[in-house]
Structures are given as C-alpha cells and as structure tokens.
Write a protein that binds this ligand. Structure first.
Ligand SMILES: C[S@@+](CC[C@H](N)C(=O)[O-])C[C@H]1O[C@@H](n2cnc3c(N)ncnc32)[C@H](O)[C@@H]1O
Length: 201
C-alpha cells in the first residue's frame, strides 16, 4: 500500500517536474532514481527523454514487486537494479536522483549516501554529473507563507515521529552537501512544497 501511494504521488508530480524543469534533464544520458520505488517517476522521465537511460534502484523486495508488475511496459531505456544505498555501490550515472528519500533519514546516513554519490558521479559525463533531489526545504522563499510553513512543520513532525528524518532548511542541506564534498547547488521550485535541488561536484 505504501509503494502504491508513493507511485500515485509520483505519477502526478513527475509530469510537473519534466514539464517545468526540462533543462535540468537536457544533456543527460543516464539517471539512477535512488529509492525509486515502483518506478513511476523513472517511467515519466524515460518517456519524456528517450535519450536518457533510467535505472530504478531500490531494496530487493521493492524492485522485485515493481519490476514484475511493469514487465510488459518496460521500455528499452528503463531498467531496475536491486540494492541497498547504504551498503551497496550506487550504479554510476550522469544524474543520481532522489525524490522524497533523504527526508526520511538523519544526517549521518544521508552524508554516507551523498559521499557514495560523489564516487558514482566521478566517472560519468566527464565528471560533470550531478545529484538531483526532489524534497522540501523548510522556510524557502518560494514557500515561506504561513500556510506553507504550517504544512512543512506538520510534515516535519510526521517524518520525525514515524522515521528518523526531518525537513531540512536550506542551511542544513547546504552543510550536508559541503560535508559530502560537493561544491555548489541550485534550488528550483517545482510544485507546492517540493523543490528540485541540483547538487554539483
Ligand atoms: C518515501 S519512499 C519514496 C519513493 C519514491 N522515490 C517516490 O517519491 O515515490 C522511500 C523509498 O526509499 C527506499 N529505500 C529505503 N531504504 C533504502 C535503502 N537502504 N536503499 C535503497 N532504497 C531504500 C524505499 O524502499 C522507498 O521506495
């Protein structure tokens, strides 16, 4: 049920993402959706950009269920890889994409994953790869009105209560990126409280 709910959100959100942020995907030839669940985001990206090979990377039981249910619709530029981002190598690609994944985790595992990403990007696209993160940024100027802040705080409580993560401010994201060895980042509003953060080596 959880994976289906995530898939439903991705089905809607990803269409807004590829329409609003086309230039973020241009020039990429490969992308790994880390924690990509059912692959609903990767399917939209793969369809919108046939030149990008998209790989969904998630835990073995998630990949087994997702790949089996979409076998007949798998395009030539979409594949699934089972693995654990905390202990296995993340596949190399021009872009390593995370939607609603890092928010679930405290800083230490996020730092470990981002350091892994730096390694997985180093040989891709002449060293010009990037990490793409779709997530919340607490208090960002695009969503700092009272009602958005209220929703962000409620979300923050939810992830803290159910998991170990939290909604990061821009300063907290920036510290993670610099501690992981990245040199720069940009933030682009996409839809409501979700923004696209692009992180560069
Ligand atoms: C909140 S869901 C987000 C799913 C998807 N990105 C989306 O936005 O619809 C978090 C995802 O991370 C995956 N995940 C959790 N721990 C993981 C790990 N150690 N390695 C790889 N994936 C993991 C979960 O299986 C789940 O699919």
């Amino acid at each position: 049920m959880f994976d289906e709910a995530m898939g439903g959100d991705s089905w809607m959100f990803s269409r807004a993402l590829v329409a609003k942020c086309r230039e973020a995907f241009e020039g990429l030839s490969s992308l790994v959706d880390v924690g990509g669940s059912t692959g609903d985001t990767a399917k939209v990206i793969a369809e919108a950009f046939p030149g990008i090979h998209c790989t969904v990377f998630d835990l073995p039981h998630v990949v087994a269920a997702a790949a089996a249910s979409t076998e007949e619709t798998l395009g030539s530029n979409l594949s699934y890889v089972a693995g654990d981002m905390l202990t296995d190598d993340i596949p190399q690609a021009d872009a390593l994409f995370f939607k609603w994944v890092l928010i679930d985790w405290p800083d230490e595992p996020c730092l470990k994953v981002l350091k892994q990403c730096k390694k997985a990007l180093s040989n891709s696209n002449g060293g010009k790869g990037k990490v793409m993160i779709v997530d919340h940024v607490m208090g960002h100027e695009s969503c700092s009105d009272k009602s958005s802040m209220g929703t962000s705080l409620l979300f923050d409580l939810g992830v803290m209560a159910c998991l170990e993560g939290y909604v990061r401010t821009e300063e907290q994201w920036a510290k993670l990126f610099s501690d992981a060895g990245f040199s720069d980042y940009t933030i682009t509003p996409v839809a409501g409280l979700r923004l696209l953060i692009q992180v560069y080596p």
